[in-house]
Design a protein around this ligand. Structure first.
Ligand code: CP
Length: 304
């Protein structure tokens, strides 16, 4: 196993193995019986990913080291590679990295080799593999599998790392993936069919809404008519199939991509996704640490 960077590197079998472990952890929490240092390097804002990694690490009994850009020597011009090597030298056992660059891991690898695993907590607009795994776990809990399920990913596709990670993974797991986007938000480098939001609500087993990523836009995007033209309104939600669910990675622009009354509605699994983030991240940490030989089966215990 290499670093945990992209959903494209994971086989269907590996995804299912990690998701099975996450589901086991949900009902029967685990701890690791070994002193390990987790280093969380967040160079872009995060609430859910950062905190759920931290909770996952603490539930596993790990020691947590925190770094963010303003408090680091990156401000003095130190490279990401040198920062990562520094953590390795000081004794971090693995790194969790979020960074605005699409290809920060490639940049690290151009400079040299890391001898501890790195887990991607979000890379620019390209990949968010741990978010994808928690999204899939949420769908598995609902449907048992995603085989043959129609999943519509709707919103600012071109700027969304969540869209890309999910589209690749869901296709590999046998789902029918559709995109829905306002003009200018499409990404035609990905070969998934586009449908309107009115079509989406009629066919979807799950509608995965995406936030407009204003921070990645060159010009300010007006959103006054966005909900009525492209978002999930109350009227559209009423046309969803009875069993269909609403997903959103959050943060949510309430009243823009989704009517605020739907955020905590019966069909919404948005806060369930956040809860699942902890189980999935615990399972990913155990999987990666085992793959690297940093921990062994006999060092993983059920938490009393
Ligand atoms: N879904 C997600 O990545 O949220 P944060 O940016 O708050 O981590």
């Amino acid at each position: 196993m290499k670093h945990f960077i992209s959903m494209q590197q994971l086989s269907k079998e590996t995804m299912n193995q990690i998701l099975k472990e996450a589901e086991l952890i949900r009902t029967s929490p685990r701890t690791i019986n070994k002193q390990l240092f987790a280093a969380n390097l967040f160079f872009e804002p995060s609430t859910r990913t950062k905190i759920s990694f931290e909770v996952a690490q603490k539930k596993l009994g790990l020691d947590v080291l925190d770094l963010h850009k303003e408090g680091s020597s990156l401000i003095k011009g130190e490279s990401l590679y040198d920062t990562a090597k520094t953590f390795e030298a000081i004794g971090a056992d693995f790194l969790i990295v979020r960074h605005p660059s699409d290809y920060w891991m490639e940049d690290i690898e151009k400079e040299g080799e890391l001898n501890i695993p790195v887990i991607n907590a979000g890379s620019g607009k390209e990949e968010h593999p741990t978010q994808c795994m928690l999204d899939v776990l949420t769908m598995y809990q609902e449907f048992g599998s995603v085989e043959g399920r129609k999943i519509v990913i709707a919103g600012d596709i071109v700027h969304s790392r969540v869209a890309k990670s999910n589209a690749h993974a869901l296709e590999k797991l046998g789902a029918e993936v559709y995109f829905s986007a306002a003009p200018g938000f499409e990404d035609y480098s990905l070969k998934y069919p586009y449908i309107t939001m009115d079509e989406a609500v009629e066919i979807a087993d799950a509608v995965m809404l995406l936030r407009i990523q204003h921070e990645r836009h060159v010009f300010k995007t007006e959103t006054d008519d966005y909900l009525s033209l492209y978002g999930l309104t109350m009227e559209r939600a009423a046309k969803m199939q009875k069993h269909a669910i609403i997903l959103h990675p959050a943060p949510i622009n309430r009243g823009v991509e989704i009517d605020t009354r739907l955020v905590e509605s019966k069909q919404s699994r948005i806060f369930k996704q956040m809860e699942n983030g902890v189980y999935v991240r615990m399972a990913i940490l155990i999987h990666v640490l085992k793959e690297w030989g940093i921990i062994h089966e006999n060092e993983i215990n059920e938490r009393k």
